[in-house]
Each structure stands twice: as structure tokens, then as C-alpha cells.
Design a protein around this ligand. Sequence first.
Ligand code: NAP
Length: 246
Amino acid sequence: MLNGKTAVVTGASRGIGKAISLCLARAGADLALIYAGSKEAAEGVCKEAKKLGAKAISYQCNVADWSQSKAVCDAITQDFSTVDILVNNAGATQDNLIVRMSEEDFDAVIGVNLKGAFNFTRHLARALMKSSSGRIINITSVSGLMGNPGQANYSAAKAGVIGLTKTVAKELAARGVTCNAVAPGFIQTDMTASLPQAVKDYAHTATPLRRMGSADEVAETVAFLASSQSSYITGEVIRVDGGLCM
Ligand code: NAP
């Protein structure tokens, strides 16, 4: 399905990004995998992808940093003959109520979640336009759709990602590149593992399907958006949230 395509996945070392990477590899894609600090984990994902027959290379990069992102995107376009799929998945939270949130916590979360998606889209846009079927998939969140107490920074960043998605979809449509967003609800990863038990209980009761989702359930939706089966979908936000944000 994705044979001969190259996918760039940010935040590929763990959680949803790891699941996306392996799902795309199973579909036949080669992988450029971006991580921030988890070198061993990223190399482990590379190894698993290679066992599935993919070419896979990992790159260390703080996606919030414009110059580092540019250098890594340049390296990717040298190492792979095409770039066909970009998944902006890298994300981080630093939760606090608005009355206690520091400027640093606001800037850091906007930096990774929103500027990171901008940096990689900006630096790979020309390469994606050269592909016969460019695909950009941004991982946003239900927090960006409905807000969430304690997450002013994260909700603003993820809502920003939706605006970015729709604008890029409009700008690149004429070049055959689609751009969509996936909005997960509560998904079992490191990001949610540290939530207080009361919030985990809320996740179950507030979600109509009465459970948290798995990283693989998000990855399957991303793989669909990366494939030719989604060729007439652009500027869309698909929730993978068990009905949480209806
Ligand atoms: P996670 O398990 O905490 O993993 C985060 C990933 O992002 C890691 O690979 C990490 O790399 C990478 N990362 C963090 N800061 C980075 C930076 N500055 N530069 C480059 N990479 C960076 O998170 P997750 O739960 O899989 O979340 C993945 C995406 O889904 C995020 O965008 C998140 O906001 C979104 N999401 C998650 C949920 C959920 O319930 N889990 C819900 C809605 C949306 P290292 O391992 O190298 O640090």
C-alpha cells in the first residue's frame, strides 16, 4: 500500500509515534524517525521497522528549534530519494492552571506542539510537493477542540495545529498534497500514565466507549490518511476519542 514511499514521523521513539511508525512500516513505507532524547528507544523502533523490511534511520532533533529542524530535514532529503508522508506527532505537556502557569511552561509547550509542526512542515513542504501524493498528518488533541482545565498552553497549541492544518491544506492542495489532523482522546501512553487516578477514572466515565484508546488505534487512522484511500480528504480533523468530544 505504501511501498516506495518515505514517511517522516516526529516523536517516533515512544507511544503514539512509535505505533504510527511501525504501522506505516507494515504498510510498506520507509521511515525517517525523529526523537528528542530517547536514542535507544528510537534505535529500537528502527530495528523493529527494519525487521518489517523498511529502510529506517533515526535522527535526534528538538522539533521546537528552527535550525536543528532545518538541518535534520536537509539530512532526510539527502538520505531518502523522496519524502511522501510527514506525521507531526511530537508533543509534550506541562500542565498548570492559568493562574499558576509560567511563561516558560507556556512557551515550551507551544514550541514543541505548534512550532514543531510548523518547522517540519515548512522545511519539508518543497520535498512533499515533489511527491506524486504528498500527505501531512498533524496530531492534535481533543484538548484543542474543547479546551481542558490545566492545559491552557497545550489546548492553545493543539487548536493552533488545527488552524495550521487547514491553511496548509488550502495552500498545498493545488500541488496534490493533502493535510489533515487526528485528534486523539485519552490514549494509553507515557503522557497519560502519570495522570492522577481521578483523571484516569474521569477518562473512563466521560468516554462513551468507557475505556482509554490504544496507540495502535490512533496509528490505524494515520495510516489511512497516509494512504491513497484518503485521496479526497484534506483539511479534516478526525477524532479518535471513543466519542469523548461529540
Ligand atoms: P509520549 O508517549 O509522551 O511521547 C512523546 C514523543 O514526543 C516522544 O517520542 C518524544 O521524544 C517526542 N518529543 C517530545 N518533545 C520533543 C521535542 N522537543 N522534539 C522532538 N521530539 C519530542 O506522547 P504520546 O502520548 O505518544 O503523544 C503523541 C502525540 O499525541 C502528541 O502530540 C500528543 O500531544 C498527542 N496526544 C496524545 C494523547 C494521549 O492521551 N496520549 C491525547 C491527545 C493527543 P523522546 O522520547 O526522545 O523524548
